[in-house]
Design a binder for this molecule. Sequence first.
Ligand SMILES: [Zn+2]
Ligand SMILES: [Zn+2]
Length: 380
Amino acid sequence: MSHHLESYLHQVFHELHQYPELSNHEFKTTKKLKDELEKHHINVLDLPLKTGIVVEIGQGEHSIALRGDIDALPIQEQVDVYYHSQEDGVMHACGHDFHATAMLGAAILLKESEHKLKGRVRIIFQPAEEVGTGALEIIQTGVLENIQAIFGIHNDPTLAAGIIGCKAGALTAGVDRFSIHIQAKGTHAARPQDGNDPLIVLAHIIQVFQTIISRRINSSENAVVSLTQVHSGTTWNIIPDTAFLEGTVRTFNTHVREQIAHEIRQILEGIEKTFAVNIHLDWQAGPPSVMNDANWSSFALEVAQDHQFDCQTIEKSPIGEDFSFYQEKMDGAFIMIGSGGPYPLHHPKFKIDTNIILPSSIYLARLAERALIFIDEQQS
Ligand SMILES: [Zn+2]
Ligand SMILES: [Zn+2]
């Protein structure tokens, strides 16, 4: 059975990998997963979702949730495998094809032992993680209202293949995106005194932003401020009217997150006055930091250990994850599964070691069963 299940899951994985779809456009992926789940008589819930699905296995009053995401990225794949992406400029470079397949495998395994389950398991195949909106869409359907604990997974290419990693507290970063528009006054490059040069302003912003972490944030905290694109000007003999910058802030708690946003506003106000320009800041708050519940994190590692998986406590990571929106509503743990590297997430050569697919499904199924037993024992 398990050899059969393994080759079946590999087939599904290859197909998902070949037809990656961008956030909120996961139509074929949703249909493929739905077809496969229904083939195994798994109850696909009727929800007002454009893409993504939630299934339910088991019955009774206790309920927990598992979450895998399904969307891909706008990256041209450079991986030399026979099942490489067939979609130009779109690639599963974050391994969400693996997350979806692992959850499918877990659903099949849980279905096989459904009569023994001490409650319900709802498995979320979440769309639009990369744009940070999918978790909120799922929450808005109300499908998670009575869920007592939620577990999510992400592959981690910095861990050896198959290692299960978790930690209590902050695991991923809070993500903010900002853009800055400078409105100054263009002129002939030979007569700068007739204008107001936005390039000087831009250069100041870049410089002063480097002092936010180094001079303003307590050394015991971790945070990142990165400026990632700047644009201005058209040619060599014109001082332009405007300049544009964009970047991101990564933090691990609300306090530092708010402090950095405040520092950025203050710096821009100061520079605006100093140079007599107009500066407009566009702030897009992304998901907060994934905050793992201490009990469920050690529970997740205990289950891994009991079933002979290699596991370890891991460090926090500055990536963003919208799993944190679920954790604002309920306790749970986000778990990393080693995918073997060598290339990082979001890299055109990123690749999953497919040997981790079946073990991940088995782990998730055991984790769900055991979590329900634990909740049942606590409440009886
Ligand atoms: Zn990603
Ligand atoms: Zn991801």
